[in-house]
Design a protein around this ligand. Structure first.
Ligand SMILES: [Zn+2]
Length: 482
């Protein structure tokens, strides 16, 4: 599920963007659940023992399958115990072979097993497979649900959990089924979003039609509950102001204490529902959360469709460029800081010798800052072509206007088409050709001059007589005049 090597971790952890590894071309759209109700082909009853902290006991029923093989992610496999299938009234034990279990299932089958959830979280300590903090464990269903290869239809699970323990997921409960029942297309299980078991506090933040369910694990002091909610709410409200509309129907935000010595980190997952996991730096104070950019960065990921792993430069570039704009417009970042950071950061995104364009050069600098350079160049091009009446903001607003978020899989063409249509220009397509399909560059010193941005001795100053000074101001102040 990991998109980028861990060497890229400094600028927040990777977002899992695609359903399949190496999907550099247009991923197939997921089945439309509303128009064609699909059959449930995998069904799970999950009993969480002491809130899941003493493991999960799972019984599953599978529709007939051609290949008699069940599996989980490689890393998650050692924590499956006592697997057995039903044969008449008997249970027959099954041995593990690597990360798979052979089960006769040509006419359908029942399987049961135990999953050592807390042990998996302690050993793996990875947000994308399993991670624990005190009495809360976060692990996507892909970690604890044994399954055959996806073959259409839905998987459905029911979690039985006793108070005071709780379960949280961004998945939508199935109407007409007992509480704690969720389902999704089988294709989405492999990259499924976060699920949390155990003892945690939770609160829902509303902004218009946007709903963020915040799960707070124990151990976040000195942050109080109110501090955490204010932190997440500030990011949600700032992004809603940026979009001028609701930007995601629902998103699960899981806040866990981080490892000693590590900065605040975040990961976003999309399949089965938008989910953001944040590991707050140890000792993080309420005052310090005002300077945090991670939550805004990750929620921006959650707000935009997945473009596939091959186009991470655009997803990361969008979040890298737009996050400080969102925060500047909310008064959390000064224009001097915004422009100073761009002048310092963007040169890391320029092509070096041997570069093959953003689509084919997947280094850290080209992914984060090269992608940001593309978005910055697009912002300026759209503003220049429309007399500052339209901007990159409008392109992103157009993308979310139809209700797409990180759960949706879009091709790059679809993103460029919708973005350009929203601004009435061809700026995204034009720059895609020159910067992404070829190692085109941007004259940054000339751009700073035209915008009237000067950095001398680390001090940022502005020249309001510069030709693009009005454009520079409108980037951080508010949306362009309509
Ligand atoms: Zn990111």
């Amino acid at each position: 599920m990991r998109l980028l090597p861990s060497a890229l971790a400094p600028l927040s952890a990777a977002i899992a963007l695609g359903a399949a590894a190496g999907c550099a071309t247009s991923p197939a759209p997921l089945p439309a659940r509303s128009t064609a109700p699909a059959a449930v082909v995998w069904q799970y009853d999950v009993v969480s023992n002491r809130g899941g902290l003493d493991g999960l006991t799972i019984e599953a029923r599978f529709a007939p399958m051609a290949d008699d093989s069940l599996g989980v992610d490689d890393d998650a496999a050692p924590f499956v115990h006592d697997a057995a299938y039903a044969s008449g009234a008997q249970w027959v034990s099954v041995e593990r072979h690597g990360a798979s279990w052979k089960v006769p299932c040509s006419t359908g089958c029942r399987v049961r097993y135990r999953y050592a959830l807390r042990e998996a979280a302690t050993r793996l300590n990875d947000p994308e497979t399993a991670i624990a903090s005190s009495d809360a464990v976060s692990a996507p269903p892909a970690t604890w649900l044994l399954r055959p290869d996806a073959a259409g239809g839905l998987f459905r699970f029911h979690v039985a959990i006793d108070a005071p323990w709780r379960f949280a997921t961004p998945m939508v409960p199935v109407p007409g089924q007992p509480a704690g029942t969720f389902e999704a297309p089988t294709e989405t299980l492999e990259d499924s979003s976060f699920a949390v078991f155990g003892a945690f506090d939770a609160e829902t933040i509303h902004n218009g039609a946007t709903r963020a369910e915040v799960v707070m694990a124990p151990g976040l002091a000195p942050l109080s509950r109110d501090d955490v909610i204010r932190w997440i709410r500030t990011a949600v409200d700032s992004i809603a102001t940026y979009y001028q509309r609701p930007f995601v129907d629902r998103v699960l935000v899981v806040v866990l204490p981080g490892q000693p010595g590590n900065p605040t980190r975040g990961v976003t997952l999309g399949d089965t529902g938008p989910g953001v996991l944040v590991r707050a730096a140890r000792g993080l104070t309420a005052a310090a959360t005002r300077d945090d950019w991670i939550v805004t960065h990750e929620l921006l990921h959650a707000s935009q469709p997945s473009l596939g792993r091959g186009h991470a430069w655009l997803s990361e570039g969008m979040a890298t460029y737009v996050e400080p704009i969102v925060r500047a417009r909310a008064g959390l970042v000064t224009p001097e800081r915004f422009w100073g950071d761009l002048v310092e950061g963007l040169p890391q995104g320029l092509p070096e010798a041997g570069d093959q364009g953003l689509e084919r050069t997947h280094t850290w600098g080209r992914t984060y800052w090269g992608g940001a350079l593309f978005c910055f160049a697009a912002d300026l091009a759209i503003r220049e072509r429309t007399g500052n009446a339209r901007s990159f903001d409008d392109a992103l607003r157009g993308v979310v206007a139809g209700g797409a978020d990180v759960e949706a899989h879009w091709s790059i063409e679809q993103f460029l088409d919708v973005g350009d249509r929203s601004t009435g220009t061809r700026a995204l397509h034009d720059l895609y050709r020159t910067l992404a399909l070829a190692p085109g560059t941007v004259d940054l010193p000339g751009t700073w001059q035209r915008l009237g941005v000067k950095v001398e001795g680390g001090r940022v100053s502005f020249d309001d007589r510069a030709p693009l000074a009005a454009m520079r101001r409108s980037i951080t102040e508010r949306g362009p005049e309509r």
